[in-house]
Design a protein around this ligand. Structure first.
Ligand code: ADP
Ligand code: MG
Length: 253
């Protein structure tokens, strides 16, 4: 793992960092994402969330790590052709088994089992979940022996029996817990409506994640920004940073 010395970095820090793969980003976050952390990447459609995440995993491959990309979007091929245009060819790593792109079908009851089994396999150093929004909004299927032996379908806005928090929060807890337990360093994306002031679509993920990065754009000015809103154990600026997406991907400028 590479360590970049920056003015924001405490030389005595024992925290290991995972380089982000985004040119310019490591310099403002003490060398990379804290190892074992969960970072929420929030932004409206087209703001660069998926590109940032693929660059993060591409960096992982360069570091010789094992990577997992969990996607709720059926168009894995579309994603791969977009990344190829940006100079990242994942095919050799896919063929070697160094990275797995796994499509999670939101309509399948066992989506949680599929997802958590994969996350908790302990095989991965870097995991991306793109995105958490459809999961946080879908009805939850839980097996609660206190209610019934059958799998129940509960509306995400209802309260779970015997619990004092909405089921929606439980969803996010399941996922974040699995990621935390796995010891991998992960990125989770959240879809924000354009011009939203929230940090995530569900209003909860930002509290469960260790770090939050917001991607925005100003279409009138044709400008893109990246803001580090929070990052555990890291001294960072809150100032929005200018970014560009070009043929070499997303970078700070
Ligand atoms: N080859 C490219 N060159 C320049 N910009 C690109 C390229 N590919 C994608 N983009 C920009 O990135 C956007 C898609 O980024 P993406 O990460 O998929 O967004 P999100 O996941 O936030 O919806 C496109 O709408 C386009 O503006
Ligand atoms: Mg996307």
């Amino acid at each position: 793992m590479t360590l970049i010395q920056t003015e924001h970095q405490n030389p005595a820090s024992k925290i290991k960092r995972e380089p982000s793969g985004i040119p310019g980003l490591d310099e403002i976050i003490s060398g990379g994402f804290p190892k074992g952390s969960i970072t929420l990447i929030s932004g409206p459609p087209g703001s660069g969330k998926s590109i940032l995440c693929t660059q993060y995993l591409y960096q992982g491959i360069k570091e010789g790590q094992k990577c997992l990309f969990l996607t709720l979007d059926k168009k894995v091929e579309g994603l791969l052709s977009q990344t190829e245009e940006l100079g990242m060819d994942f095919q050799p790593a896919i063929d070697k088994g160094q990275i797995k792109f796994l499509f999670l079908n939101i309509n399948k009851k066992l989506i949680y089992e599929t997802m958590t089994n994969e996350i908790l396999s302990g095989e991965y150093d870097r995991i991306v979940l793109d995105s958490i929004t459809p999961i946080s909004e879908m009805p939850i299927y839980i097996k609660n022996p206190e209610i019934t032996d059958n799998i129940n379908i509960i509306n995400p806005d209802e309260f779970a029996t015997g619990q004092d928090f909405p089921i929606k929060r439980l969803h996010l807890h399941y996922i974040m817990n699995a990621l935390e337990t796995s010891n991998c360093t992960s990125l989770v994306t959240s879809e924000l409506p354009p011009s939203s002031n929230n940090l995530s679509r569900d209003g909860l993920s930002e509290f469960l994640a260790d770090a939050v990065i917001i991607l925005t754009y100003d279409s009138t000015m044709d400008r893109r920004k990246l803001t580090v809103m929070k990052m555990r154990s890291t001294k960072h600026t809150l100032k929005p940073q200018d970014i560009q997406i070009g043929y070499q991907g997303l970078k700070l400028v």
